[in-house]
Design a protein around this ligand. Structure first.
Ligand code: AMP
Length: 516
């Protein structure tokens, strides 16, 4: 069975993962910050038998799921008393059959709904053994865990210290999102390992983090920019580039980067094979770009209840020829002459937003469901701090035009997590098309850099402090002007940008503003 976990970050989250495993079940992370409709979809699609929660979002979800799902609220005094009275369980080695599922994790789906990747204990155990050796973790280490449980890489943060005897330090949600708090937390606990996406590492560097001489930095989830790699190499004891899709269990390749060396993906983790192939699935020689296929012990069981999609992405492994399967990553890569893999981009439209996978098709389907929108396209635009997800929309009625940005955002918030919501919406009379009638993404105009069309009227800053703050917002958000009543999120803001605002406010006004 699958157990849904709708939990705030805390020791209870770690206990619940272990409890699900010892009961022989897989866990399904249900991020309390996600829209209720998305949580309900994932819970139903995964067919959870039980739900463990500790807050309002979990209680609401339990109510929605009804009697068929057994719900336990850790904040319910009756449940807490039952847990406290329960004898301590010491699991026997080999208590869980390796073929059992360890977790089901949903990732963005190009056809409009998310899909659940099913990873077994066998997949996870091979991965953890590999990580314990390279990059390496031992009893003397302290790993600072910062990643939401909804992202598969959180399983490394929780399970690797427990499997190796290292100390696990769980950063609170507030600390994980705030660069100054995170920087302080690394020193306070003497962390020797931290894993994060490039966006989080970048936020630390931008905040003026001096670094930590005893820290090994694992960076992965999306391409690591060379400038960020150089900035980190001067601040930490070691920097590793970690690469891999959820479908092949967390990371499938890694490399420790040396100063001055180009950023590459490195070599496969244990019992993993990487193949770069052409369209006919023939291996290409070093230097020639092709699609990266991953085979071996990390290849997951497939997508939950999606046999056609599973068959499309997980194909028979022609190189092993023993009935094993390969995962087609959709990543474009090439081998260099020293046997190291280089990442070149995607062969499809899949995006990464602050480490999270986003299929533009899912954002487009959500937008097109609005009655006043006829067509929608979503893509990544911009560079630096202003970069992010943008949408181009054709209104259903050209005379009436589009709903304002605040309304569009509120509409999407009902269905999509924060990172999938575009920062800017640009109205078009028609989408640009290629000669064969497909949307020509390259021909989309630059997104509107003006203050977006918000519901409230523009009220200009009046005092010197207001002017300074509006200037900071405009710079961080990449918009031309900011009014004193404007909503940060409606202007395209998100938690990491809020952290940047905090840093700039500290620099310019000498004031400490808490993230909350
Ligand atoms: P996810 O399953 O959400 O972790 O997304 C996996 C995808 O993220 C991969 O297929 C790559 O496109 C991208 N990715 C992950 N790590 C890296 C990395 N170190 N360098 C470049 N791309 C990466």
């Amino acid at each position: 069975t699958v157990v849904g976990l709708c939990l705030e970050r805390g020791p209870g989250m770690v206990t619940a993962v272990l409890a699900a495993w010892l009961a022989g079940a897989a866990y399904l992370p249900l991020d309390p910050a996600y829209p209720p409709a998305r949580l309900a979809f994932m819970a139903a699609d995964a067919g959870i038998a039980a739900l463990v929660s500790d807050g309002e979002a979990g209680r609401a979800l339990a109510g929605q799921l009804g009697e068929a799902v057994r719900a336990a609220g850790l904040d319910d005094p009756v449940v807490a008393a039952a847990v406290a009275a329960h004898p301590v369980m010491v699991p026997a080695a080999g208590a869980v059959p390796p073929g059992r599922l360890a977790y089901v994790i949903y990732t963005s789906g190009s056809t409009g709904t998310p899909k659940g990747v099913q990873v077994s204990h066998q997949n996870l155990a091979n991965f953890l053994a590999s990580m314990a050796a390279r990059p390496g973790l031992a009893a003397r280490d302290a790993l600072l865990a910062v990643t939401t449980l909804g992202f598969d890489i959180a399983a490394l943060e929780l399970a690797l210290p427990l499997a190796t005897g290292a100390r696990l330090v769980l950063a609170s949600q507030e600390t994980a999102r705030s660069a100054p708090l995170l920087g302080a937390e690394i020193s306070r606990h003497g962390a020797t390992v931290m894993q994060a996406t490039p966006a989080t590492w970048q936020a630390l560097v931008d905040d003026g983090w001096a670094g930590a001489p005893g820290l090994r930095a694992l960076c992965g989830g999306e391409a690591l920019p060379a400038a960020l790699a150089q900035a980190l190499l001067g601040r930490v004891a070691g920097l590793w580039n970690m690469y891999g899709p959820t479908e092949t269990t967390i990371w499938s390749a890694c490399r420790q980067l040396a100063p001055g060396e180009p950023v590459t993906l490195g070599t496969p983790v244990a019992a993993t094979r990487l193949h770069v192939v052409d369209r006919a699935m023939r291996p290409v020689p070093p230097g020639v770009p092709g699609e990266l296929l991953i085979g071996g012990a990390g290849v997951a069981r497939g997508y939950r209840q999606r046999p056609a999609l599973t068959a499309e992405r997980f194909t028979a492994d022609p190189f092993a020829g023993d009935g094993a399967r390969l995962y087609r990553t959709g990543d474009l890569a090439r081998w260099n002459t020293s046997g190291t893999l280089e990442y070149l981009g995607r062969i499809d439209d899949q995006l990464k937003i602050r480490g999270f996978r986003v299929e533009p098709g899912e954002v487009e389907a959500a937008l097109a469901a609005h009655p006043r929108i006829r067509q929608a396209v979503a893509a990544f635009r911009g560079h630096g701090t202003g970069a992010g997800l943008a949408a181009w929309l054709v209104p259903a009625d050209p005379a009436a035009g589009l709903p304002d940005a605040s309304e569009l955002r509120a509409f999407l918030q009902g269905q999509l997590p924060e990172f999938m919501i575009p920062g800017v919406f640009t109205e078009l009379a028609a989408l640009p098309l290629t000669p064969n009638g497909k949307v020509d993404r390259a021909a989309l105009p630059a997104p509107d850099g003006q203050r977006p069309d918000l519901a409230g009227a523009y009220v200009p800053p009046a005092t010197p402090a207001q002017e300074l703050l509006a200037g900071i917002w405009a710079q961080v958000l990449g918009v031309e002007r900011v009014g004193v009543h404007d909503n940060f999120f409606d202007l395209g803001g998100h938690s990491l940008l809020a952290t940047r605002v905090m840093s700039r406010v500290r620099e310019v006004l000498g004031a400490e503003v808490p993230l909350a």
